[in-house]
Design a protein around this ligand. Sequence first.
Ligand code: HGA
Length: 611
Amino acid sequence: MCGIVGAIAERNVSAILIEGLKRLEYRGYDSAGVAICNLAGELRRSRRIGKVAALEQALGEEPLPGHLGIAHTRWATHGVPSEANAHPHFSGESLAVVHNGIIENHDELRQRLERLGYVFTSQTDTETIVHLLHHTLKRLPDLADALKAVVGELHGAYGLAVISRAQPDRILAARSGSPLVVGLGLGENFIASDPLALRQVTDRFIYLEEGDIADIRRDSLQIWNAAGTTVQRETVQFHESAEAAEKGEYRHYMLKEIFEQPRVVQRTLEGRLGATQVLVAAFGPQAVELFARVRQVQIVACGTSYHAGMVARYWLEELTGIPCQVEVASEFRYRTVAVHPDSLFVTISQSGETADTLAALRDARSSGYLASLAICNVGTSSLVRESDLVLLTNAGPEIGVASTKAFTTQLVALLLLTLALGRARGTLDPAREAELVAALRALPGDLQAVLGMDKAVEQISALFAEKHHTLFLGRGAQYPVAMEGALKLKEISYIHAEAYPAGELKHGPLALVDSDMPVVTVAPNNALLEKLKSNLQEVRARGGQLVVFADREAGLENGEGVHVVQVPHIHPLLAPILYTVPLQLLSYHVAVLKGTDVDQPRNLAKSVTVE
Ligand code: HGA
């Protein structure tokens, strides 16, 4: 989801708003707009399709000076990218709103408001908010009272800011499922969807919490929680070291990025979950209609992203019954592929510039696929620009060459895709979807808990420092997790690591197992646990050292040559996301012990833009 910036000050705010929008450009967007209330009490707006620079140029030609304003970069979910659909949306000439997220009951609200005589000028869900607010103000003339009533009628996800020409001393903001932060200045205050947008004007921030409504004035701020009670929220002071591109307290970017996972997973979920459902329109305006036609999924990616795709295949086939194929891009692009016409072509890439993946997408465009969907971390990338549908992973900049937070957020995005496809196709039981939405909401907390294993994993890492070879084993969706664990260890510690489905051990690799070959296994408490236990016996019988990351309730215990590290319990379908983290920590600590260059391992590049 894209950007919101708002400001109330004594000075002219238009340059502040434009600078704020520029700072959010990296997230990707299709249009931009600003609404400003001037000293004559007029509310005026300017909107442009395309870049913020085009909006800036428009404001250069026709300035909109004023002390109160809101601005937005839009990524269309309801209605095509166009000037008419760009935010801010107006009701008459008195009220303006900017909105990130999706209003699920927009159809019903639109019909009701049209019956009341409101004329819509856009196809967006957002426009319903501003007319509903206009209508409510007739009964509740105070903007805060009216907004409190309005949010009670909105279903879905929103971060929004409104201004009124009749009450030009305030910005009202509301948050539910999409982030907002208030920036505190001296005699001026701000609102944004990301503090980055306001770093040029302040370093003091108050994060709004779910259900909060804020009344932001030049020299005061009042916040109500979801129950309508006035609350004080903590002020956070930013220091340079807390900025995204700094290592801060961490020794390496990779460790910092591993520890960021609870927060960035939360960000990836924001604006995409309703009470019991995934918000399908988060994938783009045509997603609802296109997803209903999908009969097959073809995933193409490289490296870590390929492993994310392999996990997704288990989810897609189990939860939606839609057949799914996954292939590395460098192979896919050079072979003749038989394409099912109702097949969705999905690419996954952190940077969105991965040469092989991009080439595969370009070929796919003329191969008869139903549509293309990119799962990507960079909103301005080629992959995003050239795909029909997009879901951004919102992991923030990833500096360490070995991918960590990009992978777990890709998994989250792929699970959202699975649920969205299952619903659109009518093959996913609503109760199952609700259960998984609840599990996803709990995931940031689960990830936080698993990071508490850091010390235990560090101790285990000593077992690997002198070794030259390692095996990683997993079954089911844990097999690609084992592959990702092996890749991480190879990449940064230069230890040869191979992953096998645990059942394949006896068909060859068991010949390698001896006391010099540690074997790492991920063992959540799922249906395959008993089978996995037998495979572990096979290893022990050959004198192999076993390191097992196991569910607390899996009944596995330390013993001679068996090192069990307990992992908090998790919904079995989310286990691949959680079990990835201890494997990341393991490769990190082994690499530190070996003294390798963790963040820039030899021979590797971050964004592989060459074939
Ligand atoms: N649903 C709204 C807002 C989408 C969004 O968050 N954009 O940044 C729309 O389609 O305009």
